[in-house]
Every structure is written in C-alpha cells, then in structure tokens.
Design a protein around this ligand. Structure first.
Ligand code: CO
Length: 296
C-alpha cells in the first residue's frame, strides 16, 4: 500500500512536470509560427512619437494586404533601439535588431519569412540587411526567407512615387522641396534620378539630400528658377524623424527652412514621412508581394 501511494506521488509529480512543461514558453511559441508566414519589417528606426504612428500606418497597410501573416519589426539602429528599450513603453519597447528578430522567428517555428526593407534607396543599410538575410539563409537551409526591395529601387518605382507625390501636392503658386537623406553609397544616384523624373512630370518639384548631392545649394538654385516664392518643404524619407525636425524644419540658421527663408522664400514645413501616405506605402507593399510570392 505504501508503495502504491509512493508511486502515485511520483506519478502526480511526473504529471505536474508534464503540465508545467506544456506551459513552457518555447512550446507555446513553437506552435505560434508552425505553418504560418512571418513578415519582418525592417527600418533604421526612430525614437520620435510621430514616426511611431507612421510605422503603425505602414503595418496597417501590410496587414490589409496579408491578413493571415504575422507581422513583426526590427530596427537597424543600435542607438535608437537602446533609447526605446530604456524608455520601456510603447509599441517598440522591446524592439529587436534584424538578427535578433530572425532568430526569434526561427525559435517560434516559422518556416517562411518575408523580410521587407522599409528603406528608401538600396544603399548601405539595405545592403547590410541583405548580408544578414543571406547569412541567416545559409545557416538555416530549412527556412524559406526572401527580402523585399526598398522604395526607390527601379526607375519604375521612382516614376510611381513621382506620380503619387505630384498628384497629392501640386498646387498653384507653390514650389515643393523634398529632403532626401543622401549617402556616399553608389545608390545615391537615386536622388538625382528621382529629381529628374519629378522635373519631367512637374518642374515645381525639387529633390535634394541632407548628407550628399544634390544638396541645399542645388535646391536653392533650382527653387530660384521657379515662379513661386512659396515653398512646401517635406522629407523624402520614410518618417519625419530627427532629420526632418532639425535639419529640415528646425529654427537653427543652417536648417533648410532657415536657409530658404534667408533666400527670400516663405516656407511651410510638412512633418510627414513617405510612410504616412498609403499610395506610397503601396509601392513598398508591391515589393513585399514579390518577396511573399517567392516563398511559395
Ligand atoms: Co541620418
């Protein structure tokens, strides 16, 4: 009899272990991804409140296109991730790097992952991401993974963007100046090319970059040739973050707003990112579609 109760105790202990084991995070997480497609959205990131809303809008558009997929995020900027994690609140309070996010998706059991770059050009950041995706694929041959192109990859993409922006913002007595980021990478050619496409569509639209060429000097020269003295100033970036708030619209003498005002223009800054416009997000989603289709 004693042995019976002892065995019963051992049995219930064992059952208890199984019960707690099935509640274990790993096991629940494994089920989460099984048979599902994950979409990993990757951007530089921002710690500003408005860009968080822009990212949400981009996610809402992706969700509309892929209601069945699980959507997750990664920010490439180490500094921004640290700010957000330290702040400890909001949607991105435990934001991952691309490597961390890919590792988590693997642990959760996803076998199909579409990574979508939310970058504007295929510059260094996009190519860094591509390297990380390629390394992950090589190390995990049983996981299908694809990478969607950034916004302005091809001439066709740029023409689509030009169409959207001209339709949205052309107005009488107004020049539209857009501030892109700019880079030392060869993909900086996108800014010159998109500027030419804008010029061909509507000469009142001018593109410059904050960190490369064409710069504010070229923008001022082009704006001086336009009939209007009114400038609508906006970022040609995914979000209106630090560059848009400070380098573009800031009160310092060297901001684009101040420099254009000093040149005699009346400047109205518009602090919205490209990700705030659903028609522009549609171009990113089109690239995502190529990535998702390639998972099949
Ligand atoms: Co920058």
């Amino acid at each position: 009899m004693k042995a019976f109760f002892r065995n019963l105790t051992i049995l219930s202990l064992l059952l208890g272990m199984f019960a707690s084991c099935s509640k274990d995070d790993d096991h629940v997480a494994e089920k989460k991804g099984a048979g599902k497609t994950a979409i990993l959205l990757v951007t530089f990131g921002s710690s500003y409140p408005e860009p968080a809303k822009t990212f949400q809008n981009m996610e809402d558009n992706v969700k509309k296109a892929y209601p069945e997929a699980d959507i997750t995020w990664a920010f490439t900027s180490h500094i921004i991730r640290n700010i957000l994690i330290k702040r400890g609140e909001g949607k991105f309070k435990d934001i991952d790097s691309p490597e961390e996010a890919m590792k988590k998706l693997k642990e959760q059991g996803y076998e199909k992952i579409a990574v979508q770059s939310l970058h504007v050009i295929p510059g260094s950041e996009f190519n860094d991401l591509k390297g990380k995706v390629d390394a992950f694929k090589a190390a995990n041959p049983n996981i299908k993974m694809t990478l969607g192109n950034p916004l302005m990859n091809t001439d066709e993409d740029m023409k689509s963007l030009v169409d959207v922006m001209v339709k949205k913002f052309q107005a009488d007595d107004q020049t539209v100046v857009m501030m892109g980021h700019g880079t030392e990478h060869a993909a900086n050619d996108r800014y010159t090319r998109v500027n030419n496409f804008f010029k061909a569509a509507n000469e009142d639209f001018i593109v410059g970059t904050v960190e490369a060429t064409p710069g504010i000097k070229e923008v001022k020269e082009a704006a001086a040739l336009r009939p209007s003295k009114n400038i609508l100033l906006m970022p040609l970036m995914s979000v209106a973050g630090d560059h848009a708030n400070n380098d573009m619209a800031g009160e310092d003498a060297d901001s684009w707003k101040s420099q254009l005002e000093a040149a005699g223009f009346t400047v109205t800054p518009r602090l919205k990112g490209l990700g705030d416009y659903n028609e522009v997000v549609a171009i990113w989603v089109k690239h995502l579609k190529v990535a998702v289709d390639a998972l099949k």
